[in-house]
Design a protein around this ligand. Sequence first.
Ligand code: URA
Length: 471
Amino acid sequence: MESVTAAGCEDVFQFRISDVIAKKRDGLALSSQEIRCVVKSTMTGQVQDSQLGALLMAIRLRGMNPEETMTLTKEMVASGSVLTWPDEWSGWLVDKHSTGGVGDKISLPLAPALAACGCKVPMISGRGLGHTGGTLDKLESVPGFSSQQSPEQMLEILRSVGCCIVGQSADLVPADKIFYEMRDVTATVDSLPLITASVMSKKVAESLSALILDVKFGEAAQSSTIGDAKSLANSLVSVGVSLGIPTMAVITNMDSPIGRCVGNSLEVIEALECLEGTGHDDLRELVTRTGGYLLWLCGQADSETKGTEKIAKVLGDGSALECFRKMMEAQGVQPDIARSLSSSSTFRTASHIEELLVQRTGTVEFIKARPIAEILNTLGAGRSKATDVINHSIGAEILVRIGQHVEQGSPWIRIHYENPLLQDKQRQILQNALWISDRPVFKPPSLIRDVIHSQGTKEEIVPLRREGEIN
Ligand code: URA
Protein backbone atom coordinates (compact mmCIF):
# COMPACT_ATOMS: atom_id res chain seq x y z
CA MET A 1 0.00 0.00 0.00
CA GLU A 2 1.22 3.48 -0.78
CA SER A 3 2.08 5.78 2.04
CA VAL A 4 -0.01 8.93 2.38
CA THR A 5 0.63 12.20 4.06
CA ALA A 6 -2.57 12.64 6.02
CA ALA A 7 -4.04 16.12 5.90
CA GLY A 8 -2.77 17.99 8.94
CA CYS A 9 0.05 15.51 9.63
CA GLU A 10 3.60 16.74 9.42
CA ASP A 11 4.83 16.64 5.79
CA VAL A 12 7.93 14.69 6.74
CA PHE A 13 5.96 11.94 8.39
CA GLN A 14 5.00 9.36 5.80
CA PHE A 15 2.08 7.57 7.35
CA ARG A 16 1.15 4.06 6.24
CA ILE A 17 -1.95 2.75 7.91
CA SER A 18 -0.90 -0.84 7.19
CA ASP A 19 2.29 -0.25 9.24
CA VAL A 20 0.23 1.10 12.13
CA ILE A 21 -2.12 -1.91 11.96
CA ALA A 22 0.86 -4.28 11.94
CA LYS A 23 2.47 -2.50 14.87
CA LYS A 24 -0.66 -2.80 17.01
CA ARG A 25 -1.25 -6.37 15.77
CA ASP A 26 2.20 -7.22 17.15
CA GLY A 27 1.36 -5.68 20.53
CA LEU A 28 3.47 -2.52 20.25
CA ALA A 29 2.47 0.92 21.49
CA LEU A 30 1.54 3.50 18.84
CA SER A 31 3.26 6.89 18.89
CA SER A 32 1.27 10.09 19.37
CA GLN A 33 2.01 10.99 15.76
CA GLU A 34 0.65 7.67 14.49
CA ILE A 35 -2.55 8.02 16.53
CA ARG A 36 -2.97 11.60 15.30
CA CYS A 37 -2.60 10.47 11.70
CA VAL A 38 -5.05 7.58 12.16
CA VAL A 39 -7.74 9.97 13.39
CA LYS A 40 -7.00 12.72 10.85
CA SER A 41 -6.84 10.40 7.86
CA THR A 42 -10.01 8.60 8.98
CA MET A 43 -11.74 11.99 9.01
CA THR A 44 -10.53 12.79 5.50
CA GLY A 45 -11.63 9.40 4.15
CA GLN A 46 -8.07 8.17 3.47
CA VAL A 47 -8.49 5.05 5.60
CA GLN A 48 -10.53 2.22 4.08
CA ASP A 49 -13.27 0.58 6.17
CA SER A 50 -11.35 -2.71 6.14
CA GLN A 51 -8.26 -0.97 7.51
CA LEU A 52 -10.14 0.85 10.24
CA GLY A 53 -11.89 -2.41 11.21
CA ALA A 54 -8.54 -4.23 11.35
CA LEU A 55 -6.96 -1.53 13.48
CA LEU A 56 -9.91 -1.48 15.90
CA MET A 57 -9.69 -5.26 16.25
CA ALA A 58 -5.94 -5.05 16.87
CA ILE A 59 -6.64 -2.46 19.61
CA ARG A 60 -9.43 -4.67 21.00
CA LEU A 61 -7.04 -7.65 21.22
CA ARG A 62 -3.79 -5.90 22.20
CA GLY A 63 -5.12 -2.96 24.21
CA MET A 64 -3.58 0.49 24.59
CA ASN A 65 -1.46 1.89 27.39
CA PRO A 66 -2.72 4.97 29.32
CA GLU A 67 -0.60 7.31 27.19
CA GLU A 68 -2.02 5.92 23.92
CA THR A 69 -5.58 6.04 25.29
CA MET A 70 -5.12 9.66 26.37
CA THR A 71 -3.68 10.61 22.97
CA LEU A 72 -6.52 8.87 21.13
CA THR A 73 -9.01 10.77 23.31
CA LYS A 74 -7.30 14.11 22.60
CA GLU A 75 -7.15 13.48 18.86
CA MET A 76 -10.81 12.49 18.78
CA VAL A 77 -11.68 15.77 20.54
CA ALA A 78 -9.61 17.62 17.92
CA SER A 79 -11.68 16.03 15.11
CA GLY A 80 -14.49 18.52 15.80
CA SER A 81 -15.40 21.65 17.66
CA VAL A 82 -15.28 22.17 21.41
CA LEU A 83 -17.92 23.95 23.50
CA THR A 84 -16.72 27.22 25.02
CA TRP A 85 -18.23 29.03 27.98
CA PRO A 86 -17.87 32.43 29.70
CA ASP A 87 -14.74 32.61 31.89
CA GLU A 88 -16.81 33.28 35.02
CA TRP A 89 -18.33 29.80 34.74
CA SER A 90 -14.96 28.19 35.30
CA GLY A 91 -15.23 25.95 38.37
CA TRP A 92 -19.00 25.56 37.97
CA LEU A 93 -19.29 23.44 34.79
CA VAL A 94 -20.15 19.87 35.69
CA ASP A 95 -21.59 16.74 34.11
CA LYS A 96 -22.19 13.08 34.81
CA HIS A 97 -21.92 10.01 32.58
CA SER A 98 -23.50 6.63 33.25
CA THR A 99 -22.51 3.39 31.57
CA GLY A 100 -26.22 2.59 31.37
CA GLY A 101 -28.75 0.62 33.30
CA VAL A 102 -32.38 -0.34 33.81
CA GLY A 103 -34.55 2.34 35.39
CA ASP A 104 -31.56 4.70 35.36
CA LYS A 105 -33.25 8.11 35.49
CA ILE A 106 -30.60 9.70 37.74
CA SER A 107 -29.69 12.45 35.24
CA LEU A 108 -33.25 13.81 35.22
CA PRO A 109 -33.25 15.05 38.84
CA LEU A 110 -29.45 15.42 39.07
CA ALA A 111 -28.94 18.06 36.35
CA PRO A 112 -31.56 20.51 37.74
CA ALA A 113 -30.48 19.82 41.34
CA LEU A 114 -26.91 20.80 40.43
CA ALA A 115 -28.22 23.88 38.58
CA ALA A 116 -30.21 24.83 41.70
CA CYS A 117 -26.88 24.70 43.59
CA GLY A 118 -25.41 27.25 41.17
CA CYS A 119 -23.66 24.86 38.75
CA LYS A 120 -23.79 25.00 34.96
CA VAL A 121 -24.67 21.58 33.55
CA PRO A 122 -24.30 21.15 29.76
CA MET A 123 -25.43 17.52 29.87
CA ILE A 124 -25.02 15.64 26.61
CA SER A 125 -26.96 12.38 26.76
CA GLY A 126 -27.78 9.45 24.54
CA ARG A 127 -30.63 7.21 23.47
CA GLY A 128 -31.33 3.69 24.61
CA LEU A 129 -30.23 0.69 22.61
CA GLY A 130 -30.70 -2.91 23.70
CA HIS A 131 -32.03 -3.46 27.21
CA THR A 132 -30.69 -0.20 28.73
CA GLY A 133 -32.70 3.02 28.53
CA GLY A 134 -31.59 6.43 27.29
CA THR A 135 -32.10 9.79 29.00
CA LEU A 136 -33.21 11.51 25.77
CA ASP A 137 -35.91 8.90 25.13
CA LYS A 138 -37.28 9.45 28.63
CA LEU A 139 -37.38 13.25 28.21
CA GLU A 140 -38.97 12.98 24.76
CA SER A 141 -42.02 11.41 26.40
CA VAL A 142 -42.81 14.97 27.56
CA PRO A 143 -44.85 16.60 24.73
CA GLY A 144 -42.82 19.28 22.93
CA PHE A 145 -39.42 18.47 24.45
CA SER A 146 -36.55 18.95 21.99
CA SER A 147 -33.11 17.44 22.60
CA GLN A 148 -31.67 19.16 19.52
CA GLN A 149 -30.05 22.38 20.76
CA SER A 150 -27.21 24.25 19.04
CA PRO A 151 -24.17 25.35 21.09
CA GLU A 152 -25.60 28.90 21.05
CA GLN A 153 -28.94 27.64 22.39
CA MET A 154 -27.12 25.61 25.05
CA LEU A 155 -25.24 28.72 26.13
CA GLU A 156 -28.49 30.66 26.40
CA ILE A 157 -30.23 27.88 28.39
CA LEU A 158 -27.27 27.59 30.76
CA ARG A 159 -27.37 31.35 31.24
CA SER A 160 -31.09 31.45 32.04
CA VAL A 161 -31.70 28.06 33.70
CA GLY A 162 -28.32 26.53 34.59
CA CYS A 163 -28.81 23.12 32.95
CA CYS A 164 -29.80 21.51 29.68
CA ILE A 165 -30.01 17.89 28.57
CA VAL A 166 -29.30 17.56 24.86
CA GLY A 167 -28.24 15.15 22.13
CA GLN A 168 -24.78 15.20 20.65
CA SER A 169 -24.38 17.61 17.74
CA ALA A 170 -22.72 16.42 14.56
CA ASP A 171 -19.72 18.73 14.91
CA LEU A 172 -18.79 17.55 18.42
CA VAL A 173 -16.28 14.65 18.18
CA PRO A 174 -17.28 13.53 14.66
CA ALA A 175 -14.52 10.88 14.79
CA ASP A 176 -16.47 9.07 17.50
CA LYS A 177 -19.42 8.56 15.17
CA ILE A 178 -17.20 6.94 12.54
CA PHE A 179 -15.30 4.84 15.09
CA TYR A 180 -18.44 3.79 16.94
CA GLU A 181 -20.28 2.69 13.81
CA MET A 182 -17.27 0.62 12.81
CA ARG A 183 -16.92 -0.86 16.32
CA ASP A 184 -20.57 -1.84 16.25
CA VAL A 185 -20.12 -4.06 13.18
CA THR A 186 -16.65 -5.43 13.98
CA ALA A 187 -17.27 -6.84 17.50
CA THR A 188 -14.98 -4.22 19.03
CA VAL A 189 -17.48 -2.26 21.14
CA ASP A 190 -16.24 -3.81 24.40
CA SER A 191 -12.64 -2.57 24.12
CA LEU A 192 -11.60 -0.70 27.26
CA PRO A 193 -9.40 1.95 25.56
CA LEU A 194 -11.96 2.47 22.78
CA ILE A 195 -14.81 2.91 25.29
CA THR A 196 -12.60 5.28 27.29
CA ALA A 197 -11.68 7.43 24.29
CA SER A 198 -15.29 7.47 23.06
CA VAL A 199 -16.83 8.50 26.38
CA MET A 200 -14.11 10.89 27.50
CA SER A 201 -13.64 12.68 24.16
CA LYS A 202 -17.27 13.82 24.31
CA LYS A 203 -16.89 14.95 27.93
CA VAL A 204 -13.62 16.79 27.22
CA ALA A 205 -15.35 18.58 24.32
CA GLU A 206 -17.88 19.96 26.84
CA SER A 207 -15.06 21.94 28.57
CA LEU A 208 -16.01 20.80 32.08
CA SER A 209 -14.74 21.81 35.52
CA ALA A 210 -15.59 18.39 37.00
CA LEU A 211 -17.07 15.08 35.91
CA ILE A 212 -18.56 12.11 37.72
CA LEU A 213 -18.91 8.69 36.12
CA ASP A 214 -21.46 6.13 37.25
CA VAL A 215 -19.87 2.84 36.23
CA LYS A 216 -22.33 0.01 36.71
CA PHE A 217 -21.73 -3.69 37.19
CA GLY A 218 -24.07 -6.65 37.41
CA GLU A 219 -26.45 -8.74 35.39
CA ALA A 220 -28.06 -5.76 33.64
CA ALA A 221 -24.86 -3.72 33.15
CA GLN A 222 -22.27 -3.59 30.39
CA SER A 223 -19.66 -4.85 32.91
CA SER A 224 -20.86 -8.05 34.55
CA THR A 225 -18.28 -8.07 37.38
CA ILE A 226 -17.21 -5.37 39.83
CA GLY A 227 -13.61 -5.99 38.75
CA ASP A 228 -14.42 -5.12 35.12
CA ALA A 229 -16.33 -2.02 36.24
CA LYS A 230 -13.35 -0.87 38.33
CA SER A 231 -10.95 -1.39 35.41
CA LEU A 232 -13.19 0.73 33.17
CA ALA A 233 -13.61 3.37 35.88
CA ASN A 234 -9.84 3.56 36.44
CA SER A 235 -9.26 4.01 32.73
CA LEU A 236 -11.94 6.73 32.43
CA VAL A 237 -10.78 8.59 35.55
CA SER A 238 -7.11 8.42 34.45
CA VAL A 239 -7.86 9.99 31.09
CA GLY A 240 -10.14 12.64 32.58
CA VAL A 241 -7.55 13.67 35.13
CA SER A 242 -4.65 13.61 32.70
CA LEU A 243 -6.63 15.91 30.40
CA GLY A 244 -7.19 18.37 33.24
CA ILE A 245 -10.75 17.52 34.33
CA PRO A 246 -11.17 16.56 38.00
CA THR A 247 -12.95 13.24 37.51
CA MET A 248 -14.21 10.51 39.79
CA ALA A 249 -16.32 7.39 39.49
CA VAL A 250 -18.89 5.63 41.61
CA ILE A 251 -19.11 1.88 41.12
CA THR A 252 -22.77 0.96 41.40
CA ASN A 253 -24.68 -2.31 41.35
CA MET A 254 -27.03 -2.95 38.43
CA ASP A 255 -28.75 -6.27 39.15
CA SER A 256 -32.16 -4.86 40.07
CA PRO A 257 -33.96 -1.86 38.50
CA ILE A 258 -33.12 1.55 39.99
CA GLY A 259 -36.13 3.02 41.77
CA ARG A 260 -39.64 1.76 41.11
CA CYS A 261 -40.28 2.44 37.41
CA VAL A 262 -38.85 1.20 34.13
CA GLY A 263 -40.03 2.72 30.84
CA ASN A 264 -39.81 6.20 29.45
CA SER A 265 -42.79 8.27 30.66
CA LEU A 266 -43.06 6.29 33.91
CA GLU A 267 -39.43 7.13 34.65
CA VAL A 268 -40.06 10.85 34.12
CA ILE A 269 -42.96 10.63 36.59
CA GLU A 270 -40.64 8.91 39.07
CA ALA A 271 -37.91 11.54 38.50
CA LEU A 272 -40.52 14.21 39.35
CA GLU A 273 -41.20 12.44 42.66
CA CYS A 274 -37.48 12.67 43.42
CA LEU A 275 -37.52 16.37 42.47
CA GLU A 276 -40.42 16.84 44.87
CA GLY A 277 -38.26 15.42 47.67
CA THR A 278 -40.03 12.07 47.85
CA GLY A 279 -39.67 8.77 46.00
CA HIS A 280 -37.58 5.64 46.20
CA ASP A 281 -34.59 5.63 48.58
CA ASP A 282 -32.08 4.15 46.13
CA LEU A 283 -32.81 6.76 43.44
CA ARG A 284 -32.58 9.55 45.98
CA GLU A 285 -29.31 8.20 47.36
CA LEU A 286 -27.74 7.98 43.89
CA VAL A 287 -28.84 11.53 43.03
CA THR A 288 -27.76 13.14 46.31
CA ARG A 289 -24.46 11.32 46.56
CA THR A 290 -23.32 11.65 42.94
CA GLY A 291 -24.35 15.31 43.11
CA GLY A 292 -22.54 15.68 46.43
CA TYR A 293 -19.34 14.19 45.07
CA LEU A 294 -19.54 16.47 42.06
CA LEU A 295 -20.02 19.63 44.16
CA TRP A 296 -17.01 18.63 46.24
CA LEU A 297 -14.95 17.76 43.16
CA CYS A 298 -15.53 21.15 41.51
CA GLY A 299 -14.76 22.94 44.78
CA GLN A 300 -18.30 24.15 45.53
CA ALA A 301 -18.66 22.08 48.72
CA ASP A 302 -16.08 21.52 51.47
CA SER A 303 -16.71 17.79 51.61
CA GLU A 304 -18.74 15.11 49.86
CA THR A 305 -21.10 15.08 52.85
CA LYS A 306 -21.68 18.84 52.63
CA GLY A 307 -22.29 18.45 48.89
CA THR A 308 -24.81 15.68 49.51
CA GLU A 309 -26.61 17.89 52.03
CA LYS A 310 -26.78 20.75 49.49
CA ILE A 311 -28.37 18.46 46.90
CA ALA A 312 -30.85 17.10 49.47
CA LYS A 313 -31.78 20.69 50.36
CA VAL A 314 -32.62 21.73 46.79
CA LEU A 315 -34.65 18.55 46.32
CA GLY A 316 -36.56 19.37 49.49
CA ASP A 317 -37.24 23.08 48.96
CA GLY A 318 -38.59 22.93 45.40
CA SER A 319 -35.70 24.81 43.76
CA ALA A 320 -34.46 21.73 41.83
CA LEU A 321 -38.02 21.10 40.58
CA GLU A 322 -38.25 24.74 39.47
CA CYS A 323 -35.00 24.36 37.48
CA PHE A 324 -36.37 21.19 35.86
CA ARG A 325 -39.56 23.00 34.80
CA LYS A 326 -37.57 25.93 33.41
CA MET A 327 -35.30 23.53 31.52
CA MET A 328 -38.37 21.84 30.02
CA GLU A 329 -39.72 25.22 28.87
CA ALA A 330 -36.36 26.29 27.49
CA GLN A 331 -36.23 23.05 25.49
CA GLY A 332 -39.61 23.46 23.83
CA VAL A 333 -42.26 22.29 26.33
CA GLN A 334 -45.31 24.59 26.58
CA PRO A 335 -45.29 26.52 29.90
CA ASP A 336 -48.65 25.08 31.05
CA ILE A 337 -47.38 21.52 30.44
CA ALA A 338 -44.03 22.24 32.11
CA ARG A 339 -45.90 23.56 35.17
CA SER A 340 -48.22 20.55 35.47
CA LEU A 341 -45.88 17.71 34.65
CA SER A 342 -46.89 15.53 37.56
CA SER A 343 -50.57 15.67 36.68
CA SER A 344 -51.96 12.48 35.16
CA SER A 345 -53.02 14.25 31.92
CA THR A 346 -49.46 15.12 30.80
CA PHE A 347 -48.45 11.64 29.68
CA ARG A 348 -50.43 9.29 27.50
CA THR A 349 -51.32 6.13 29.41
CA ALA A 350 -50.95 2.70 27.79
CA SER A 351 -54.21 0.99 26.83
CA HIS A 352 -53.50 -2.13 28.98
CA ILE A 353 -52.38 -2.07 32.60
CA GLU A 354 -51.96 -5.44 34.29
CA GLU A 355 -50.67 -6.47 37.71
CA LEU A 356 -48.81 -9.71 38.37
CA LEU A 357 -49.19 -11.30 41.80
CA VAL A 358 -46.64 -12.62 44.29
CA GLN A 359 -46.64 -16.42 44.11
CA ARG A 360 -45.55 -17.21 47.65
CA THR A 361 -45.27 -15.43 50.98
CA GLY A 362 -41.74 -14.44 52.05
CA THR A 363 -39.06 -11.75 51.72
CA VAL A 364 -38.14 -10.06 48.43
CA GLU A 365 -34.56 -11.18 47.90
CA PHE A 366 -33.92 -9.91 44.41
CA ILE A 367 -35.71 -8.35 41.40
CA LYS A 368 -33.90 -9.23 38.19
CA ALA A 369 -33.64 -6.13 36.01
CA ARG A 370 -32.52 -7.70 32.77
CA PRO A 371 -35.52 -9.92 31.95
CA ILE A 372 -37.91 -7.10 32.92
CA ALA A 373 -36.10 -4.68 30.57
CA GLU A 374 -35.90 -7.21 27.75
CA ILE A 375 -39.63 -7.93 27.86
CA LEU A 376 -40.52 -4.25 28.03
CA ASN A 377 -38.31 -3.69 24.99
CA THR A 378 -40.15 -6.35 22.98
CA LEU A 379 -43.40 -4.61 24.04
CA GLY A 380 -42.10 -1.37 22.48
CA ALA A 381 -40.36 0.48 25.33
CA GLY A 382 -36.92 0.28 23.70
CA ARG A 383 -34.99 -0.39 20.53
CA SER A 384 -33.15 -3.39 19.18
CA LYS A 385 -31.81 -1.26 16.30
CA ALA A 386 -31.19 2.47 16.12
CA THR A 387 -34.11 3.11 13.72
CA ASP A 388 -36.81 1.42 15.90
CA VAL A 389 -39.61 3.73 17.09
CA ILE A 390 -40.32 3.79 20.84
CA ASN A 391 -43.74 3.81 22.52
CA HIS A 392 -43.09 6.08 25.52
CA SER A 393 -46.09 4.84 27.49
CA ILE A 394 -44.84 1.22 27.75
CA GLY A 395 -43.20 0.30 31.04
CA ALA A 396 -43.51 -1.25 34.45
CA GLU A 397 -44.03 -0.08 38.01
CA ILE A 398 -42.42 -2.30 40.60
CA LEU A 399 -44.64 -2.33 43.64
CA VAL A 400 -42.31 -4.11 46.10
CA ARG A 401 -38.84 -3.35 47.45
CA ILE A 402 -35.89 -5.62 48.08
CA GLY A 403 -35.82 -6.79 51.69
CA GLN A 404 -39.54 -6.32 52.36
CA HIS A 405 -42.07 -8.96 53.44
CA VAL A 406 -44.70 -9.85 50.81
CA GLU A 407 -47.85 -11.95 50.97
CA GLN A 408 -48.86 -14.49 48.35
CA GLY A 409 -51.49 -12.99 46.03
CA SER A 410 -50.48 -9.34 46.52
CA PRO A 411 -49.48 -7.37 43.39
CA TRP A 412 -45.72 -6.90 42.84
CA ILE A 413 -45.42 -5.41 39.32
CA ARG A 414 -47.77 -3.36 37.13
CA ILE A 415 -47.10 -3.72 33.40
CA HIS A 416 -48.20 -0.98 30.98
CA TYR A 417 -48.55 -2.31 27.41
CA GLU A 418 -50.50 -1.86 24.19
CA ASN A 419 -49.63 -3.58 20.98
CA PRO A 420 -48.04 -6.17 20.93
CA LEU A 421 -49.96 -7.66 23.84
CA LEU A 422 -48.25 -9.32 26.79
CA GLN A 423 -47.95 -13.08 26.20
CA ASP A 424 -48.23 -15.91 28.80
CA LYS A 425 -44.60 -16.88 28.21
CA GLN A 426 -43.57 -13.29 28.97
CA ARG A 427 -45.73 -13.28 32.14
CA GLN A 428 -43.82 -16.38 33.26
CA ILE A 429 -40.43 -14.80 32.58
CA LEU A 430 -41.51 -11.73 34.56
CA GLN A 431 -42.68 -13.94 37.45
CA ASN A 432 -39.23 -15.58 37.50
CA ALA A 433 -37.62 -12.14 37.85
CA LEU A 434 -38.97 -11.90 41.42
CA TRP A 435 -37.03 -13.99 43.92
CA ILE A 436 -38.67 -14.66 47.27
CA SER A 437 -36.71 -16.14 50.20
CA ASP A 438 -37.53 -17.25 53.74
CA ARG A 439 -35.02 -15.00 55.46
CA PRO A 440 -36.20 -12.20 57.76
CA VAL A 441 -36.83 -8.74 56.32
CA PHE A 442 -33.60 -6.84 55.71
CA LYS A 443 -32.27 -3.42 54.67
CA PRO A 444 -30.78 -3.65 51.17
CA PRO A 445 -27.15 -2.49 50.83
CA SER A 446 -26.32 0.82 49.17
CA LEU A 447 -26.07 0.58 45.38
CA ILE A 448 -22.75 2.48 45.58
CA ARG A 449 -20.14 -0.21 46.20
CA ASP A 450 -16.93 1.73 45.67
CA VAL A 451 -15.56 5.12 44.68
CA ILE A 452 -12.58 5.76 42.44
CA HIS A 453 -11.10 9.20 42.38
CA SER A 454 -8.05 11.34 42.01
CA GLN A 455 -7.09 14.67 43.47
CA GLY A 456 -6.67 15.68 39.85
CA THR A 457 -3.60 17.47 38.64
CA LYS A 458 -2.80 17.52 34.96
CA GLU A 459 0.36 15.52 35.54
CA GLU A 460 -1.26 12.84 37.63
CA ILE A 461 -2.33 9.91 35.54
CA VAL A 462 -2.89 7.08 38.00
CA PRO A 463 -5.97 7.71 40.16
CA LEU A 464 -6.02 7.07 43.87
CA ARG A 465 -8.61 4.57 44.93
CA ARG A 466 -10.32 4.92 48.25
CA GLU A 467 -11.32 1.35 48.85
CA GLY A 468 -13.64 0.64 51.74
CA GLU A 469 -14.68 4.28 52.01
CA ILE A 470 -18.15 3.31 50.97
CA ASN A 471 -19.87 0.25 52.44
N1 URA B 1 -19.59 3.22 25.04
C1 URA B 1 -18.87 3.87 24.12
O1 URA B 1 -17.96 3.34 23.55
N2 URA B 1 -19.18 5.16 23.84
C2 URA B 1 -20.18 5.80 24.47
O2 URA B 1 -20.40 6.96 24.19
C3 URA B 1 -20.94 5.11 25.43
C4 URA B 1 -20.61 3.81 25.70
